[in-house]
Write a protein that binds this ligand. Structure first.
Ligand code: NAP
Ligand code: GLV
Length: 308
């Protein structure tokens, strides 16, 4: 790297805090905030930037994505030689583990029913349900999926995992890409932690969800566009799926008239399963900037031909 300028592109009420914290973490760099950022910047730290940001910064060689998923950048153009580097974990793994374990146990222990009973004035214990009857399948065994799969296995659930290359995760039955059918057939509660790519978009459709053990349950904490919304709703209507816990949607905020909002079997949250934590994220980017300046390699470099 030849320059000492980093352009920051974040929106939101805390943009000034991001700028101040980046400046503190990288005191030897000039850090500027879009749209007033320096056009000669060779490094950028971004979250959902517009194309105009890249057009205004033609000299970028390193682009740090302030999130784990890079799908929001897939339709944008920038210098083909620039490296895209994503966040890895930065406190998101622990949040994801909490969210998925909560959603799983809430479903298995039927808390939705007890909430409904309370509202209806009913006092009605239900028969016990055992983890052994709810095998869990985790799609994506990367930085986040592996932590989730390992923890869920530790709770006493049978856990299957699926990734492109066969992974090795303690206590988890790991399936490789071409073993998708076997993975689905073994799964009742499906957890999606895949990146959104052309290969994974619309993957959770009638055919895929219909192959789960019945009635299945979906926990989607990756991206909304993995799911074919109408197919999920139809399978719930038909009783083939018991319901879903969804943190991500094709359109966010989820439109007020979207049928997911009216479906009692679906729990929704506003994309909060694993939020970007400012201090952890800036520390990781700053460490990588220093490593790159020192000529070292860093992890988190996105393979743009794979889209993640
Ligand atoms: P990661 O480390 O890149 O892991 C991705 C995993 O998906 C890898 O195991 C990979 O397999 C697998 N995979 C990719 N394409 C596949 C395919 N076509 N078939 C089968 N497996 C495939 O990503 P991560 O850091 O765990 O994050 C995962 C996703 O979580 C992000 O992309 C983002 O969309 C989402 N996320 C959501 C939130 C939220 O708040 N809702 C927060 C953070 C992240 P290989 O290992 O074989 O390559
Ligand atoms: C959040 O959704 C992320 O990808 O970090």
């Amino acid at each position: 790297m030849t320059s000492d300028r980093l352009a920051l592109c974040v929106t939101g009420d805390d943009a000034a805090d991001w700028l101040a914290d980046f400046r503190r973490a990288l005191p030897d760099l000039t850090v500027t905030l879009w749209p007033e950022s320096a056009p000669e910047a060779t490094m950028a730290a971004v979250w959902k930037p517009p194309q105009a940001f890249f057009d205004a910064h033609p000299r970028l060689t390193e682009i740090f994505n302030l999130g784990a998923g890079v799908d929001a950048l897939s339709s944008l153009q920038w210098a083909p030689t620039a490296r895209l580097i994503r966040l890895e974990d930065c406190g998101m793994g622990a949040q994801m583990v909490e969210y998925v374990c909560h959603a799983l146990l809430r479903h298995v222990r039927e808390f939705d029913h007890y909430d409904a009973d309370r509202l209806a004035g009913r006092w009605a214990p239900r028969p016990p349900r055992r983890p052994g009857d709810f095998p869990v399948g985790v799609m994506g065994l990367g930085v986040l999926g592996a932590q989730v799969a390992r923890t869920v296995a530790g709770l006493g659930f049978t856990v299957h995992g699926w990734s492109r290359q066969r992974a090795d995760v303690d206590g988890v039955h790991c399936h490789a890409g071409d073993e998708f059918d076997a993975f689905l057939a073994a799964t009742r509660v499906l957890v999606c932690l895949l990146p959104l790519t052309p290969q994974t978009e619309n993957l959770l459709d009638r055919q895929t969800l219909g192959r789960l053990r019945r009635p299945g349950y979906l926990i989607n904490v990756a991206r909304g566009a993995h799911v074919v919304d109408a197919d999920l709703l139809a399978l719930i209507d038909e009783g083939r799926m018991a319901g879903a816990c969804l943190d991500v949607f094709r359109s966010e905020p989820l439109p007020a008239d979207h049928p997911f909002r009216r479906c009692a079997a679906i729990t929704i949250t506003p994309h909060i399963s694993a939020q970007t934590l400012r201090s952890e994220s800036i520390a990781q980017v700053a460490a990588r900037v220093s490593a790159l300046i020192a000529g070292e390699t860093v992890s988190g470099i996105v393979d743009r031909s794979q889209g993640y």
